[in-house]
Design a protein around this ligand. Structure first.
Ligand code: KG4
Ligand code: ZN
Length: 348
């Protein structure tokens, strides 16, 4: 059987729509074919404010969502008849931004009489590596798998007992890792979003790294805390008076290493304690090559299979939302019952 799902994503600063074809055969992971995947990024708009402004994000989503829908309709003639379900991100995210997608999905559902799948954005990131299209062997996905989600809003370690069955074992107590990249980039005056620019600067470093903490790596739990790391960067910066550019390069490399080390230490501990054989990863920060390299090394050391999204699917996209709509095993819902949640637990 095949199912076609239209995915809609507007939780932050990307408006995204995608049509995904899912072959629901007996394989562990169905065959996934992305028929169309559209993203309108607002990064440039928010860059001048140093972060996402929710009301401006909502305004841009309103402007872009129709344009993207028309583009998909052009690429897939007879779209209305082809869609089986509409998968929509209902949270977590910025409420004004979420509501644009949710209302758009309600209208489509009403107009085309298609059932809705309410998707948790984090579940989308968790399954984004399955979009890579390589068919998985049985031994590559063994439950419970460990999920590592590292994005701008979340840093979570999750035991994935099965599709739709999650146990959060650790999360950030303050800033998420991506948020820390963004805040440190602001401290270094490098612009927004911070991740890509810090990565670029870090590559140019040839000086010894500045000593920074690896927060919460000595405690006996899986929680994270990156706010202190950002403050440590702030204090260290005050002591530097030499060439500004060199300091920025050196600090970018040192901060990146401290963040990645912290993520790796915690992930390693969880892999060992829960005897994990599969590590599922996702989220915007997974676009960072140094993190990807260290995760590969960790997976090899620990003899686990590592599922990592392609760089193009690390950030917010609608194909991952369409797929999570299917894999998350949620009941369909009607447009009357659909609503958005700024905070939404992965287990809901
Ligand atoms: O998953 P995402 O697109 O949005 C959320 O759901 O939050 O993640 C965005 C975050 C931003 O904080 C951004 O700075 C970070 O991902 N990011 C990176 C890189 N590319 C994006 N962080 C580190 N290195 C990168 N190359
Ligand atoms: Zn995201």
């Amino acid at each position: 059987m095949t199912i076609k799902i239209l995915g809609i994503e507007t939780s932050c600063d990307e408006t995204a729509l995608a049509l995904v074809n899912i072959e629901t055969n007996k394989k562990l992971i169905p065959e996934i074919n992305i028929l169309s995947d559209k993203i309108a990024s607002q990064v440039e708009l928010h860059a001048s404010y140093g972060g996402v402004v929710p009301s401006l994000a909502a305004r841009e989503h309103v402007k872009n969502i129709d344009i993207l829908f028309k583009e998909i309709k052009k690429e897939v003639p007879g779209l209305e008849d082809k869609i089986d379900h509409i998968a929509i991100t209902v949270g977590p995210g910025l409420m004004p931004a979420l509501l644009v997608g949710v209302n758009f999905a309600k209208a489509l559902s009403y107009k085309f009489q298609k059932p809705l799948l309410a998707v948790n954005h984090l579940e989308g990131h968790l399954f984004s590596s399955f979009l890579n299209n390589a068919s998985l062997k049985k031994e590559e996905l063994i439950f419970p798998a460990l999920g590592l989600i590292v994005s701008g809003g979340h840093t979570e370690l999750v035991l994935v007992h099965n599709f739709g069955n999650y146990e959060i074992i650790g999360e950030t107590l303050d800033d998420a890792a991506g948020e820390a990249f963004d805040k440190v980039a602001r401290l270094l005056d490098l612009g927004y979003p911070g991740g890509p620019v810090i990565e670029k600067f870090a590559l140019r470093n040839s000086q010894p790294l500045i000593d920074l903490p690896r927060p919460m790596t000595k405690v006996d739990n899986y929680n994270f805390s990156f706010a202190g790391l950002k403050t440590a960067v702030l204090y260290k910066l005050a002591n530097f008076k030499k060439d500004k550019k060199l300091v920025k390069i050196n600090m970018a490399a040192s901060f990146q290493k401290a963040t990645i080390d912290t993520i790796i230490i915690k992930t390693k501990k969880a892999l060992q304690e829960f005897n994990i054989k599969t590590l599922l990863t996702g989220g915007g920060v997974l676009a960072n090559q140094a993190l990807r390299d260290d995760l590969q090394e960790l997976a090899q050391q620990e003899n686990v299979s590592l599922l990592m999204p392609k760089k193009a699917f690390c950030g917010d996209n609608a194909s991952m939302i369409a797929l999570a709509g299917y894999l998350g095993k949620k009941q369909t819902t009607s447009w009357q019952n659909l609503t958005a949640y700024a905070n939404l637990d992965l287990r809901k």
